[in-house]
Structures are given as C-alpha cells and as structure tokens.
Write a new protein. Structure first.
Length: 431
C-alpha cells in the first residue's frame, strides 16, 4: 500500500497538533482519575469533540464513557471505532517529571490511594484527541464514519460497580452505527516509535479472584479456643506456586495475589482474611481448569486447618486476539506510518485489556507503541540504551512515556481510520 496525497495531509495535520497533544497528555498526567471516576477527563474530551464540530458527542456511557461520531462527506458503509482508555491507577507517581501527579483519592473504595497514569492511558487519551482533530479536518474526504471511543474503567471498576468496555457495549454505545473495525494501541517499554504486533493473542484472558478464608475469632493468647485462618492462607499462597505445574507448560498461565485484607489487630486472631488477585491465561480455554484447581486448593487448604473458604471469579476479560487476515491487512499501513524496520512482531504477554470486547465483536487490531529509551537485542527483547532513562514497565511507579512519540500514535489512528474507510485495510475475505 503506497502513499496518497491524503496520507501526506494526515501527517502534516498531525505534526501541527503535536504541541497540543503533548499539552493534553501532561494535563491528564497531572490530574489522573481512577476507574469509574473519570469525570474531569470525560469533560475535557467531550468539550474538545464539540469544539471540533463532530456530528454527535455521546456522554455518560457506562459511567463516564464518551463517544464522538464523525460522519464523512463521501458515501460509505464502513465504520471504524478508534478506542482509548481514560482511567488511571492507584499507584504513586515517581516518573520524575515536573508534571508528575500528586493526586490522592481519599474516597475510593479501599482507599485512600495515590493516583497516577502509570499505565499510559493519559497518552492514549491525548493521542485520540489529536486524531479526532486531524480526521475532522479531512471529513469531506472520508467515505464512512469514525467513532472516537473514550472508554472508562479499563483497569477494572470497584467490584461493586459495573464498568469498562463490556458495559459500554451493553449500554448500546456501538449499536448505531455498528463498527466494521475496532482499533487501538497501548504504549509500552519498547524503543521509541516502534510498533509491536502479534498474530494470535496479543494479550491474555483475565479473571479477578476474591478468596475469603474464615475461622473463629479469639484472643491471641488463647489460639486453641478459636480457629486461626492465617495458616490456611499461608497454605493457599504456597500452593498457588504449584498450580502452574498442573496446566500445560507450553501455554503461559499465572495466578497472582496482589492484596490481602484481615480483620483484627496484633493481639487478636481475626475472623476472616480476604485475598485479592488475578488469573491470566494465554489460552482462554485454560481458564476453567485453573479456576477449578484453585477452588479445590483453597477449600481443601482451609479444611485442613479447620477453617472454611469461598472463591469468587469476577470481571472476566477475554484475550485480545489479532487474527492473521487482519494483521496482514494492517501491516502496510503500520509500515507506512512508522517505517518498515520499526514494525516488529512481539511475543506473548499475560497483560489484559478489555478492548478485546470490541476487537472480538467487530474485528480489528490492537498493537503496541514503544515510548521509552530502549533498543531491541538480537532476540527481540527491549533493553535500555546508554544515557537514557532506562526501562520502566507499565503499572510501575517509575513508568514514563516520551512526549515526542505521541504524534506517531496520532498518525497511526488517522491512517488506520482512513485506510479502513477507503477499503484498503480489510481482511481479504471481506474485500
């Protein structure tokens, strides 16, 4: 797929928006909001879309979701949904910039929490705002419709609340018009400006775990008069390390406990202990087997110590799957935008992203955009470059993203949208 005059214009318009995109990103980074609390972020996005004069701006979707509808000036039935996630994380900000977040959410369930964009969703939101500006400027030459989808709660809402991509689907956000392609990207610790893709599961399947182990509360000086849930918890934590050996060694699986709550104090053997964690599976069909084995481990470990236990599996997310035909269709566009040598195939990852709810329903692609001081070693793994800031993974307090790379994300959105609507970015079977 070669370049047309429209591609040059998209790039020129993106370059002119680069400074504004950086400013939006820095503003969002300084003012992050947790899942299902993205009030100010949604307002910023909606106001910008209205200022652009898009045909419709739909707000308050599944919480604070925003969808802008841009109808092209040329006839066409295709509809591309460009998606960005908008929520932040309960993580300290140690990225070392003058726009680092100092936000604290004192009211969030389980808080207070420090809040930061340690996963890069500030970049995603700013890049899509820039792409909306670019595409609105060429709407008279677009044969179809663009949906600008700003999704809340990608990191998962509080367990007592609904939210995320599935909630937007169920709210009818994609019923009229129905997308013929969904596209998005995630910033990652790869070399600046590199685009990573994977045929198959780009991200794994995920399930939130809540384990409650219950005993009988008693004073710490007389443990024989009660039932201590802590030994059972210890057995569960130890046993989780053996679960990987009971599922295929060729299909990555991980079970992680990230948070533990107890009820009591230093001289009280408490009644309950709650463990929060996640299961990740590269192959979605492994999820049921892992859940069965984990439930067996928990219940039997508790029984061995005279305690009881329950396990719940919440907020399931399917894997992000890039099919071969869609990747084949997208590669020419990717190579045009970032350069052939910067388009690289990545390995599997057990991260999750609920953009899978859109790609799985409507078809499309999800890719990785490198934003850090890195190079690729001979095996294709990112390594730090001398004199750079090093590598900091997503969800780490030190995570950072290079501002100069944001315009590449704007161009990717714009080129993908145009090419799909124009009919060049389509799987062979649908052309």
């Amino acid at each position: 797929m070669g370049r047309d005059a429209i591609h040059d214009e998209l790039d020129d318009r993106a370059a002119k928006e680069a400074d504004r995109v950086v400013a939006w990103r820095r503003h969002l980074h300084r003012h992050p909001e947790l899942s299902n609390r993205e009030v100010k972020t949604a307002r910023l996005v909606a106001n910008h879309l209205r200022a652009l004069g898009v045909d419709e701006v739909r707000t308050d979707i599944a919480g604070h979701g925003v969808v802008g509808v841009l109808r092209g000036g040329l006839p066409g039935d295709r509809v591309v949904a460009l998606r960005a996630d908008t929520d932040a994380l309960p993580v300290r900000d140690l990225c070392g910039t003058d726009f680092a977040s100092e936000a604290v959410d004192a009211d969030y369930p389980g808080g207070p929490f420090p809040v930061s964009h340690a996963c890069g969703h500030d970049c995603h939101t700013a890049m899509l705002m820039g792409a909306a500006t670019v595409l609105a400027g060429v709407r008279d030459r677009l044969p179809g419709t663009v949906l600008f989808v700003f999704q809340p709660a990608e990191e998962g809402p509080p367990v007592t609340e609904a939210g995320g991509a599935r909630a937007m689907v169920e709210a009818g956000a994609f019923a009229d018009p129905v997308p013929t392609m969904a596209f998005g990207m995630h910033v990652t610790p790869y070399p600046k400006g590199y685009l990573g893709y994977r045929i198959g599961n780009q991200y794994g399947a995920s399930s939130l775990i809540r384990i409650v182990v219950s005993g009988r509360q008693v004073h710490g000086s007389t443990p024989w008069e009660g039932i201590d849930p802590m030994p059972a918890v210890g057995a569960v934590l130890t046993g989780i390390g053996q679960l990987y050996r009971q599922v295929s060694a060729f299909d990555p699986v991980t079970v992680t406990i990230g948070h533990i709550e107890d009820v009591g104090r230093f001289n009280i053997i408490g009644e309950t202990v709650t463990l929060w964690g996640t299961i990740r599976c590269d192959v979605e069909s492994d999820m049921a087997e892992v859940q069965h084995r984990l439930t067996t481990l928990v219940e039997h470990s508790a029984a061995a110590y005279g305690a009881t236990a329950s396990v719940e599996y919440l907020q399931s997310v399917p894997p992000v799957h890039n099919s071969g035909p869609w990747v084949e269709a997208g590669l020419p566009t990717f190579r045009r935008v970032v350069g052939e040598e910067r388009v690289v195939e990545t390995g599997a990852t057990l991260g999750y992203d609920d953009v899978s709810e859109l790609v799985g329903r409507f078809g499309g692609l999800y890719v990785m955009l490198g934003v850090q001081d890195a190079a690729l070693d001979p095996s294709g793994r990112p390594v730090p470059v001398e004199g750079g800031r090093g590598l900091a993974p997503n969800h780490n307090p030190h995570f950072y993203a290079d501002d100069d790379t944001l315009v590449t994300g704007v161009r990717l959105h714009a080129h993908v949208a145009h090419d799909h609507l124009a009919g060049s970015l389509l799987p062979r079977s649908t052309k």
